[in-house]
Design a protein around this ligand. Structure first.
Ligand code: MN9
Length: 307
């Protein structure tokens, strides 16, 4: 049973990494530990088995296993969204049904990709999945992928059970217009961590992204400052976050997250290939950059990374 209504899902929501052991198998202990770490940091929800969670490297059974572990560990304390996207509708429906049975609060999906599906096929993909459960569906649009335009998104928003949108883009004019058109109860989540302040300023109810795995505290402060109207503070925090993100983007950043977590004292294990597990010695430049940003800004979150 879901514990939260979609309108209660807002704030800072990490697109959670998936944790593996030395044999690249889903690691239950590490998954539970990371869930606790994020809850104690104060995050407002979790987004599971998305692209940051390496879902396209995993079998359906493995994805379900991650959902079962995290939902059990969360135990209703914060909302859980499960990404069920895949290229096959039938596969996504199975993942969606499992998410509902497991006790997730919402599902989400990227559109089917690889083949260039037309608007009708994409519409039916979402409709079929949304009808398969009673959970709210959060459509995931990556503007840069160029798969769905504004009219297509508005059409999807008419499907019963489509109650929100994760919108990843570096410009927010269209996202703001969607929010104004679809209204306050249609939830919009900005999905570009570099643009969190902008997204929130243009009406997003929350932010879902990968960097909230490693610097959740900084983004919680940014979110609070933004909703409190403390613009100067929010912009300053976004600038610190951006320096951090741009440093990480020099690397295979999803892979580097596992090392970064270990610098915060969390045993994150290895990542699943083709994500390349870095040896710390390959990331000396990144470590030095984080230290430099911390010394310059005195940001307490960055102070939690071992020097
Ligand atoms: O979940 C992520 N976007 C994509 C949202 O994966 C396309 C972001 O968190 C990015 O990883 C981040 C870095 O560019 O903004």
């Amino acid at each position: 049973m879901a514990n939260f209504d979609i309108t209660q899902i807002k704030g800072v929501i990490p697109a959670m990494l998936t944790f593996f052991d030395e044999n690249e198998e889903v690691d239950e202990t590490r998954t539970r530990n990371m869930t606790e770490f994020l809850i104690h940091a104060g995050v407002n929800g979790l987004y599971l088995t998305g692209s940051t969670g390496a879902c396209f490297t995993m079998t359906a059974e493995e994805r379900c296993k991650v959902v079962d572990i995290v939902v059990d560990q969360v135990a209703g304390r914060i909302p859980v969204i499960v990404h069920v996207g895949d290229i096959g509708t039938k596969k996504s429906i199975e993942l969606a049904k499992h998410a509902e049975k497991a006790g997730a609060d919402a599902i989400s999906s990227v559109p089917p990709f690889y083949w260039k599906f037309n608007g009708d096929s994409i519409y039916h993909y979402y409709k079929d999945i949304a009808q398969a459960t009673s959970l709210p569906m959060i459509v995931y649009n990556i503007q840069l992928a160029g798969i769905m335009d504004k009219n297509q998104l508005l059409r999807l928003a008419e499907i019963p059970n489509v109650k929100g949108m994760k919108y990843t883009a570096r410009t927010h004019d269209e996202m703001g217009a969607l929010k104004r058109t679809l209204g306050k109860d249609f939830m919009i989540y900005s999905g570009c961590d570099e643009m969190a302040f902008s997204g929130l300023s243009f009406g997003a109810d929350g932010i879902i992204g990968s960097f909230y795995n490693v610097i959740p505290e900084l983004y919680l402060n940014l979110y609070q400052a933004t909703i409190a109207g403390e613009t100067a503070k929010a912009i300053e925090l976004q600038a610190i976050a951006d320096d951090f993100i741009f440093a990480a983007l020099e690397y295979d950043f999803i892979a580097a997250f596992y090392n970064m977590l270990s610098w915060r004292g969390i045993d994150a294990g290895r990542c699943r290939r083709p994500f390349h597990t870095y040896d710390d010695s390959q990331l000396e430049g990144l470590k030095a950059k984080i230290r430099e940003i911390q010394e310059r800004t005195q940001c307490p979150t960055l102070g939690m990374f071992e020097a």
